[in-house]
Design a protein around this ligand. Structure first.
Ligand SMILES: [Zn+2]
Ligand SMILES: [Zn+2]
Ligand SMILES: [Zn+2]
Length: 470
């Protein structure tokens, strides 16, 4: 189906003009500089905005968006997801100024590929903030979000039943020092489906029913009788309370009696008890949980750190969390430390050790074809194949989603080269077998470690060889 796209030209900028009754074709907007949305209906406008912002193509999701003439339905969230509201086409000049700034800032962004969905989503959100010259990511209280809070540039990447994962990703970004969080609120989620809309109630500890009757417990001082208020009724005068033990009429609270606590009776099983159990029933999956076992989460307001700003431009190569999910590898920081130790060890022991890289130079082509999920599985397989070909004492790390690093300890250079050559062949075969005969271009290089150079210099020299092949 061919969709018609209208264009409004303003000076050097082409605005894509999107109206009602058109299905927005996100591929079609790539060539435009910005988008103007003129929908009479909020649902239609929201749909178009989310389609653009959740797209995985940077040329689409960073597109400046303006709402035309419909200020009445722009809520707090829509306001964060668009770049402005214009009331007439005469204001196109303002929109053009904003769009130009965004386009200019977006030019700073370096093209990157990702090891995991998490690093992808983090980078994407950092890039959105950076391109808008924004420093903070603030939660918005939102009834339609699964957790009750919406983080505009981040939550839009998740289906509503997955929205709780936004908090996991924010935690990764905070642990990595890309964002710094400031406490706003504690929330408690269903521990089965992580929904935030729970029905809290007091239930019977015996049978779990919330059909309870509560009564004051009365302590009559003169005779020391203790019983529920219903025991203290006077059959002739309903206004008086009469002690069932000594038959005296009660006078003043605090003088001749008091109410030390409350007693509950379950209308379902007739148990009486003083302490109720508080349970929370999930309005989504109906799981009924003792409140102490709910999943607690912190809602924070986040500020971009200098490291986060740098990561916005250059991309988040990997996070510790990615690596823990890739069994058989260590994260880059650990790799660096181990390499440093190995160089120190070489100075005292008479051994030869090597470092090597293995780089998939046409990875972008492959990853575009196979998609994100398959890419993560492929990387796991690559590590598996590699792990089986090297010794347990050798170390593997990712420099990026297309480059593996090795530290091959106590082996001579020739042997190390043979091993890496063998791994390269296995990887080419693995990709060929799994992805429609795709011819992977694999380059590799082994460097003997030198005790006279720092690990940084040696890594730099090694990785410089990749650039020659790209
Ligand atoms: Zn009961
Ligand atoms: Zn009494
Ligand atoms: Zn639930």
């Amino acid at each position: 189906m061919k969709t018609h796209i209208s264009t409004i030209k303003y000076e050097e900028l082409d605005f894509c003009y999107f109206k009602d009754n058109e299905s927005i074709d996100v591929r079609g907007i790539i060539e435009f500089n910005a988008v103007i949305i003129n929908c009479s209906d909020k649902v239609l406008a929201n749909h178009a905005i989310h389609k653009i912002r959740s797209n995985n193509n940077e040329a689409v999701y960073l597109k400046p968006i303006f709402i035309y003439n419909k200020v009445d339905y722009v809520d707090a969230i829509m306001n964060e997801l668009v770049d402005g509201v214009i009331y007439s086409l005469e204001q196109l000049g303002n929109a053009a100024d904003i769009a130009r700034k965004i386009i200019l800032k977006s030019r700073d962004l370096v093209e990157v590929s990702y090891v995991s969905f998490e690093t992808y989503v983090i980078t994407k959100s950092l890039r959105y903030l950076y391109s808008r010259s924004k420093n903070t990511l603030e939660p918005i209280t939102y009834r339609s979000s699964k957790i009750g809070y919406y983080f505009p540039s981040l939550s839009s990447n998740y289906e509503s039943n997955d929205e709780n994962k936004v908090l996991d990703v924010l935690k990764i970004a905070e642990d990595e020092g890309l964002l710094v969080g400031e406490f706003c609120e504690n929330i408690y989620l269903c521990n089965n489906c992580f929904d935030g809309f729970l029905n809290y109630r007091e239930v019977c500890p015996e049978c779990g029913s919330s059909n309870l009757n509560s009564e004051d417990l009365i302590h009559h001082f003169p005779c020391a009788y203790i019983g529920p208020a219903s025991d203290f009724t006077n059959e002739f005068n309903s206004y008086d309370m009469q002690c069932p033990k000594c038959s005296k009429v009660l006078k003043h609270i605090g003088v001749d009696y008091d109410k030390p606590s409350v007693i509950f009776t379950c209308r379902k099983c007739n148990s009486t008890f003083q302490d109720v159990v508080i349970k929370a029933k999930c309005t989504s999956c109906s799981t009924d949980t003792d409140v102490e076992y709910l999943a607690p989460r912190e809602i924070k307001k986040y500020t971009l750190t200098p490291k986060g700003k740098y990561a916005a431009i250059s991309g988040v190569a990997n996070t510790k969390t990615d690596m823990t999910r890739m069994p058989g590898t260590v994260d880059k920081a650990t790799f660096d430390v181990m390499l440093q130790y190995e160089i120190e060890r070489m100075k005292v022991a008479d051994i030869d050790s090597n470092i090597a890289f293995l780089h998939l130079s046409n990875s972008k082509e492959l990853y575009t074809m196979i998609g994100k999920d398959a890419r993560t599985n492929l990387l796991t397989d690559l590590v598996q194949v590699t792990r089986n070909s090297i010794r347990p004492s050798d170390i593997i790390s990712f420099d990026s989603s297309s480059t593996l690093l090795f530290s091959m300890n106590e082996s001579n250079h020739k042997e190390a080269e043979k091993v890496v050559e063998k791994i390269a062949k296995l990887i080419i075969q693995l990709i060929k077998d799994n992805f429609k005969n795709f011819e992977a271009k694999v380059v590799y290089k082994v460097h003997a470690l030198d005790t006279h150079l720092s690990y940084q210099e040696q890594l730099k020299l090694l990785l410089a060889d990749i650039v020659k092949h790209d």
